[in-house]
Structure formats: C-alpha cells, structure tokens
Design a binder for this molecule. Structure first.
Ligand code: FE2
Length: 201
C-alpha cells in the first residue's frame, strides 16, 4: 500500500482556521479521542463483568455510557479531520497520548469499578475545560461549542455514577458500608474495631 499522507501531515482546511489554531486544537482533540477510547473499553469491561442484584440496571447503564462515549469520540475524530489532520488510529499510539490509563485486567468489586469510572469521567471533565479555554483563546468557536456539549454529557455521566454509589437504598434501608463487610472469621470489620476500642478503655 502506498501512503498518500503521513499521520502528522497538515492538509489545510476549508473553514478558515489558521494552521497555528488547527495544529494546536487538533493536538487537543487527539488526546481526548485517545482517552475516550480508553474509557469506552473500560465501560465495556464493566458491562461484561457486573454481577449482583443490580445486574440489569448496571449492565444497561454501562452500555448507555459506552454508546454515548462512542458517539462523542466519533465527533471528536471527525472534527480533527476538518482541521486538516489525521486522528491517531492505532491503539498502541493512542495509549501514548491518552491521559487516562486502562484498568488492570481482572475483576474488581462493582463499587470499585464505579469509583474508577467516576474518577476517569472527572479527569475527562477537567481536561475538556482546559481545551475549551484554549479553543476560546484561539477563536476556534466550533471546537469550543463541540467540547462544551461533550463536557455537559460527561458531567451528567459522572453525576449519575455518583448516584449509584449513594449509600441509601429503599430495599434494605442502608446498604452496608465497606467497614461492615465481614472478614474471614465472620466478624464485621467495624464492630471488631469498636470492641477493640472498648477493650482498651
Ligand atoms: Fe452487551
């Protein structure tokens, strides 16, 4: 196959953005693209591995999230091509520029998986704000507007995960806190700590 263009070769753009703006904003978009793909894989993992009484809700919740993220990074990549640049497409190269890290292989408690998703969504929100500021300063208003829409949805996802992590539940009143989880000898960790305190007093 004969390459018609190198990855970082600027093609120009038909929308009147300067090369300086296009280059700077394409770089921003590329790192968001790579990071969104990391989170896309993570949501798939959680969709496949979730178990327990809330299986169906969470299974579908993760599916909604990876579908939304897929649509978002598609628009990011397409905007990058408007700029006159090629998006980073190889997974190994995406990993080099992503600001998110892939979750380790293996299964974790669902609460920990949700916490990792929430943390990653928060990181995305923080990084998006930086790019929005840059887009505004460089007068790339379309990219600013695109990223603002994506930021709003990202904050929604983050907020909805926070609700899943809430401790209150209608079915049993109050869901066990991590400290209430039984240890191997059958005693709750929290009551163990309390009886130790009493014994000391
Ligand atoms: Fe599925």
């Amino acid at each position: 196959m004969k390459k018609v263009r190198e990855k970082n070769e600027y093609e120009g753009n038909p929308v009147g953005l300067s090369k300086e703006t296009a280059t700077a904003m394409a770089k921003e978009l590329d790192r968001h693209l790579a990071s969104f793909i990391v989170l896309y894989h993570q949501y798939h993992k959680h969709h496949w591995l979730v178990e327990g009484p809330q299986f169906r809700d969470l299974h579908l919740f993760f599916e909604d999230h990876y579908n939304e993220i897929h649509m978002q990074y598609d628009t990011i990549a397409e905007r990058l091509t408007v700029m006159g640049y090629c998006p980073t497409c190889h997974p190994a190269n995406q990993l080099k520029i992503a600001y998110l890290e892939h979750e380790e292989e293996g299964e974790f408690r669902i609460r920990e998986m949700l916490e990792k998703d929430m943390e990653d969504e928060k990181t995305i929100a923080v990084e998006l704000r930086k790019s929005i500021k840059k887009a505004f300063e460089m007068e790339d208003f379309a990219t600013k507007s695109l990223l603002e829409g994506i930021l709003l949805k990202t904050e929604d996802r983050c907020h909805h995960i926070e609700h899943f992590l809430g401790e209150d539940g209608l079915s049993i009143g109050l869901i066990a806190k991590p400290g209430d989880i039984m240890s191997e000898d059958g005693e709750a960790e929290e009551s163990k700590a309390k009886s130790k305190k009493k014994a000391k007093a």
